[in-house]
Design a protein around this ligand. Structure first.
Ligand SMILES: Nc1nc2c(ncn2[C@@H]2O[C@H](COP(=O)(O)OP(=O)(O)OP(=O)(O)O)[C@@H](O)[C@H]2O)c(=O)[nH]1
Ligand SMILES: [Zn+2]
Length: 205
């Protein structure tokens, strides 16, 4: 029996409402601490398994959130030109090493002919729904653009993501500052002229 038996720890572990099994994470973190040769019962580490569990519930909350619910609120505007929200900062977790990758997302779309648009904040929330999961940057990029296409039926959409991966900075190849850029383009934005306009809006700083 550990300090993180379900009954014992439930109260302290449910502050962040979530479907993530926090007691189970806490038990696993205690094991990791033991495995690296630490003493999980020393003062500074006693609360660490519970803290990590709470933190994981937040970091991986996107696994239990639906992009369709998020994009369900739409309104009609007579606007058939490009809408672009750029420099949306976010943090995600590399699914290979479970360390962060972070950077900016840029999202643009040309609304459907009936002018179906979503609130600008929903685009930023959409990034978090997919970023708060174990991820790779390429999948994060295509999931965001496909969610836009499926839910808003726009004429076209583009997502560009620029990130630094801590698995490449703090360990392994150790190249801090290296940036990875990915893009995904759908619909009319695949056409050269429109795509070039979107890219110049995104990258022109
Ligand atoms: N394509 C892609 N690769 C990623 C992403 N995040 C991390 N990686 C890479 O995943 C690869 C995993 O490679 P492995 O050889 O299995 O693992 P490793 O021995 O820890 O690799 P090193 O990082 O080179 O030490 C590494 O090259 C990482 O840079 C991502 O979002 N997309
Ligand atoms: Zn990694």
């Amino acid at each position: 029996m550990t300090d993180f038996d379900d009954e014992l720890s439930l109260a302290e572990l449910t502050e962040t409402a979530s479907e993530v099994d926090q007691p189970r994470i806490a038990r696993a973190v205690r094991e990791i601490l033991l495995a690296i040769g630490e003493d999980p019962d020393r003062d500074g580490l006693k609360e660490t398994p519970a803290r990590v569990a709470k933190s994981y519930a937040e970091i991986f909350a996107g696994l239990h959130q639906s992009p369709s619910d998020l994009l369900a609120t739409t309104f009609d505007l007579d606007h058939e030109e490009m809408v672009l929200v750029k420099d949306i900062p976010f943090y995600s977790t590399c699914e290979h090493h479970l360390v962060p990758f972070h950077g900016s997302a840029h999202i643009g779309y040309i609304p459907s002919h009936d002018g179906k648009v979503t609130g600008l904040s929903k685009l930023a929330r959409l990034v978090d729904v997919y970023a708060r999961r174990p991820q790779v940057q390429e999948r994060l990029t295509t999931q965001i653009v496909d969610a836009l296409m499926d839910n808003l039926q726009p004429v076209g959409a583009i997502v560009v993501i620029e990130c630094e991966h801590l698995c490449m900075s703090m360990r392994g190849v150790r190249k801090p500052g290296a940036k990875t850029v990915t893009s995904a383009v759908r619909g009319q934005l695949r056409e050269t002229a429109t795509r070039a306009e979107a890219m110049s809006l995104i990258l022109g700083r």
